[in-house]
Design a protein around this ligand. Structure first.
Ligand SMILES: CC(C)(COP(=O)(O)OP(=O)(O)OC[C@H]1O[C@@H](n2cnc3c(N)ncnc32)[C@H](O)[C@@H]1OP(=O)(O)O)[C@@H](O)C(=O)NCCC(=O)NCCS
Length: 165
């Protein structure tokens, strides 16, 4: 069973470990390590829902398994930006990512009553791109120099899912 729950303090250190692991950090805009103090201050804010941003922990059969955020929530437009990842110990390629993102979309559509969700993804992140495309996200535009790594400009794509009805 898959659930999205508010952050619990006992998961703070695991979330830092996940976020700094190569299987997650590689696909984030910031891939350099996040320190404990910086994480603590981020986590305290992320435990609380804000008008423009919420965070949730993914539980798979009760096991902490991922993190998601909806940021830039704009109720006048009905939009938000999704971000998230599966924890490094969660098996890849067996459908967890799809179920996770579908649950996040339900949260945005049904609970928050939004009209659309945007996402930005590194162009090189094939798994995430294919997943978004298969769910129905559509290309908006390409950011040619979203991050620079080893003196190389890395492009990202903006994608959007507009909900029906
Ligand atoms: C992206 C991520 C959520 C995918 O999770 P997953 O559980 O491996 O994906 P699923 O098994 O649910 O696969 C769903 C779809 O994703 C695509 N996909 C998954 N792995 C893929 C791979 N290695 N290569 C190409 N496409 C892949 C496929 O379209 C797949 O559909 P299919 O099984 O019908 O072919 C997960 O890898 C992750 O958390 N990555 C690190 C963080 C990240 O990239 N976050 C997104 C930042 S924008």
């Amino acid at each position: 069973m898959l659930e999205l729950v508010p952050f619990r303090r006992e998961d703070r250190e695991s979330i830092l470990e996940w976020r700094n692991s190569p299987s997650v950090a590689t696909f984030m805009y910031r891939n350099t390590p996040i320190g404990p103090e910086e994480h603590r201050s981020w986590f305290e804010k992320a435990m609380v829902d804000h008008p423009d941003q919420i965070h949730r922990l993914l539980l798979i059969d009760g096991d902490p398994s991922g993190v998601m955020s909806l940021s830039h929530i704009d109720r006048s437009v009905g939009s938000a930006e999704w971000g998230g990842y599966l924890a490094p110990h969660v098996a890849r390629g067996v459908g967890h990512g799809r179920a996770f993102i579908e649950a996040c979309i339900d949260l945005a559509r049904v609970d928050l009553r939004l009209q659309l969700v945007n996402v930005e993804v590194l162009e090189s992140n094939t798994a995430a791109r294919r997943l978004y495309e298969s769910i129905g996200f559509e290309f908006v535009d390409r950011i040619n120099q979203r991050v620079v790594r080893d003196d190389e400009a890395i492009p990202a794509l903006r994608l959007r899912l507009v909900f029906d009805g």
